[in-house]
Ligand binder design. Structure first.
Ligand code: NDP
Ligand code: HSE
Length: 596
């Protein structure tokens, strides 16, 4: 196999391969998007290699036989690769909905070359520099597996060939592994669906893997990985663990049996409906309590999921001892009280509510920490743009001088509308219809929502409390249409920007401003409901962007929090979150702060 020497990228690259066993129908693309988002949130750039939907390749071979029995293999290869092309496009659509910055490429657009027999070729080269350049712009690249461009047209790589595509990408892009996502959680001594006491391996060497996996991993891919020194991981969707195939001693591992978690969802509006849809798409993993709403009758009538139960009684919603409570009702009344009580009662809390998190940041963390619970609120800042995780990854000595961001999707959307000459009231109505705006849209327009987010960002970036009442705010209402028109003439765009700087003496200045920016500014590229953040440090500035509002990006972040907790409680994940400076205070002191 003619492998090019790997070039290096500045990014941490993860190659994920999704086979037909996890692509049984088109609903599975959303589940795959969760898996990809998880890696993006962990700071990796993802190359996602996909197979065709289950049964599609066989169907295409059959179709080829019917239409032109005995035709040249090159024609069949041209036909059967269409399953992977379609699959890559569908995954691109699913990722677009979640707000992840992604690009789909066909092999010829990446210089992915094949050589050998048209139905049993090998991969011969990739334009890695081109892929790296795209990874500078996007978090995810989606590529169809199973084929490359041969001298005489597309050539396929044999059965299971997408495994080989993933291994070759990992080698050429210098990724530390190719993770093959299957419908089993690793390589077993026997098929675990048929043999009750089949043994799962934590790790295997290449030769043993080729023998034991019996086609679970394509043999050609295993040989290529061995000769190129690529580590293969075989894993299931959503799991932290895998069977590692590398130059290692074989080691059996335990069979993981995760109990389903009971989840109470509070609220079934723009965000809650998306969260429920994701939970229901994983029936073995989650059991749902009745969902808390104000008007159960309305939701029973309108919900496309007859299995969902609704209640207007918080006690019923929180009965049946939920493991995780997901708060998507909003506001600082009932939501605030319930957030505290569920942590006191011993449940983990996932919240999208920045107003509550900003107000009670210390108290909620202290309650979670005291009881060993998880408190997660990724969706509260950035929506689908994982900015809090990016900041946390910088470790204890972050050395952040300033955080700056477009952090309100509604305002960003409205600026675009105003720029198109639409009146403010109509633009607000449109943002509400799209599910971007807060229950009271003044919260967005007058900068309160951005101030809440900025306050949470200050905790994560500087480890310090900035009271939202001390954050100066501009309001979008003060912006006359003539100023927008004049700015447009000058090639400028208006943005609402939250900014917090820390001075040498530790003083933090935070404000929410409306500023006109040149088109060359990174914030100017943010369209519609997008959010973007600059994390300024002495020697580098980090950039995090994604869709900042709306059902699916927000539900994606909430669901990622839920999955993190599931991995953590099943013993393969994160520690409950603690922020040390908070723990210096007693709960009584914190209750005092929270009632202020
Ligand atoms: P919605 O207004 O669309 O939904 C709120 C839901 O909560 C509704 O189902 C409502 O019930 C229910 N609810 C509200 N108050 C009560 C109450 N007192 N008792 C029982 N049920 C109640 O809000 P969103 O989904 O847009 O937002 C939810 C939270 O997520 C907010 O904190 C928001 O800031 C946050 N968020 C929103 C984002 C977005 O893009 N929309 C993005 C990021 C965070 P009913 O339907 O019966 O009225
Ligand atoms: N109303 C908020 C916004 C929702 O528009 O940004 C996301 O936090």
């Amino acid at each position: 196999m003619n492998a090019l020497s790997p070039q290096r990228s500045q990014h941490r690259i993860c190659v994920l391969k999704f086979g037909s066993s996890v692509l049984r129908d088109h609903h599975d693309y959303a589940r795959i998007a969760h898996e990809i988002y998880r890696h993006v949130r962990e700071g990796e750039k993802v190359v996602a290699v996909v197979s065709a939907l289950d049964g599609e390749t066989d169907a295409l071979f059959g179709l080829g036989e019917d239409v032109g029995a005995g035709a040249h293999d090159a024609l069949l290869a041209r036909l059967v690769r269409c399953g992977e092309l379609k699959s890559a496009a569908l995954l691109g659509l699913a990722l677009e909905r979640t707000g992840v910055a992604c690009q789909v490429f066909d092999p010829h657009e990446m210089g992915l070359r094949a050589e050998g027999a048209p139905l049993d070729a090998n991969l011969a080269g990739l334009d890695a520099a081109k892929v790296f350049a795209h990874l500078d712009q996007h978090d995810v690249i989606v590529a169809p597996g199973f084929f490359g461009e041969g001298d005489h047209g597309p050539s396929t790589l044999g059965r299971g060939g997408t495994d080989l595509t993933a291994v070759m990408f990992a080698s050429w892009l210098g990724a530390d592994r190719a993770r093959l996502i299957k419908d089993v959680d690793g390589v077993y001594s026997d098929d675990p669906a048929k043999v009750a006491n089949a043994k799962r391996f934590d790790q295997l060497d290449y030769a043993q893997a080729a023998q034991v996996s019996r086609g679970l991993v394509q043999e050609k891919a295993i040989h290529a990985a061995q000769s190129l020194g690529v580590v293969i991981e075989v894993a299931a969707l959503g799991r932290a663990y895998a069977t590692r195939i590398a130059t290692v001693e074989a080691r059996p591992g335990r069979v993981h049996e995760a109990e389903p978690l009971r989840v109470a969802v509070l609220g079934h509006g723009s965000v809650g409906q998306g969260v429920c849809a994701h939970l229901l798409a994983h029936p073995g993993r989650f059991q749902l309590n009745p969902v808390l709403v104000r008007d159960p009758g309305k939701h029973i009538q309108a919900s496309p999921h007859p299995e969902l139960r609704f209640t207007d009684d918080p006690l019923a919603a929180l009965g049946e001892r939920p493991d995780i409570v997901v708060e998507t009702i909003g506001g600082t009344g009932l939501a605030r009280a319930l957030s505290q009580s569920v942590l006191r009662e011993g449940a983990h809390l996932v919240s999208a509510n920045k107003a509550v998190i900003a107000k009670d940041f210390e108290l909620l963390h202290a309650l979670a920490s005291a009881g060993g619970q998880h408190l997660r609120y990724s969706a509260a800042v950035g929506g689908g743009a994982p900015v809090l995780e990016a900041i946390d990854r910088l470790g204890p000595n972050k050395d952040i001088g300033a955080i700056e961001g477009v952090m309100n999707g509604t305002c960003n959307f409205i600026f675009g509308q105003l720029d198109d000459g639409i009146a403010l009231d109509d633009a607000i109505k449109e943002a509400q219809a799209k599910g971007f705006a807060e229950a009271d849209p003044s919260t967005d327009i007058d900068g309160y929502d951005a101030a809440d987010k900025l306050s949470i960002l200050c905790w994560h970036a500087f480890g310090a409390r900035v009271d939202v009442r001390d954050i100066e705010r501009d309001t979008l209402r003060a912006l006359a249409p003539e100023r927008i028109a004049a700015a447009r003439e000058d090639g400028l765009v208006f943005k609402q920007i939250g900014r917090a700087d820390i001075a040498e003496d530790g003083q933090i200045r935070a404000r929410v401003e409306i500023r006109a920016l040149p088109q060359s500014h990174p914030f100017a590229s943010l369209k519609n409901e997008a959010n973007g953040f600059l994390i300024r440090r002495p020697r580098e500035t980090g950039w995090v962007a994604g869709k900042g509002a709306g059902r699916w990006p927000t539900a994606e972040a909430v669901f990622a929090d839920i999955m993190d907790i599931q991995r953590a409680v099943s013993g393969a994940g994160l520690e409950p979150s603690t922020i040390p400076s908070i723990l210096a205070k007693s709960e009584a002191e914190l209750m005092g702060d929270a009632s202020a």
